[in-house]
Design a binder for this molecule. Sequence first.
Ligand SMILES: [Zn+2]
Length: 147
Amino acid sequence: MKLYRKHGAIIVESPILVGVAGFLSLGKKGYRDAKAAAFFPFVFVKSWEYAAPVFVNHERIHFRQQMETLFIGMYFIQIYEDLYSRLFLKLKAPEYYLYRAHEQEAYLNQANLNYLKTRKIFSLFKHTKQKQRIRFIEGQNPLVEIY
Ligand SMILES: [Zn+2]
């Protein structure tokens, strides 16, 4: 395990912790595919290449969401949204993961490295109501497209 300070975050390189966070978020596919995870004030990355600005910005957006919802609120929203998207919309991985409000806000704004400077408080809740259909661009993780 290695620690770095970069892009405004404390970055911990730990493939095991990222794998566990990925598993908790998305099962076996998450264990295999997760590149980074956020738990304020730490950004966990699978390997150093994922400490790139877009990845860190994505995880720092999750920091704000965690603080605004006192962590637990974000997980309640996620459980509700997962039940809804999996049971009623019949979404499978990774679609139900991309349906989550906190992931929608992070993926739609991660490429804007100034997003957190202009972000309005509780912007997460906008994404609980206005859902975008987004999917990963094949081979260009973490980039997504709206379709
Ligand atoms: Zn995320």
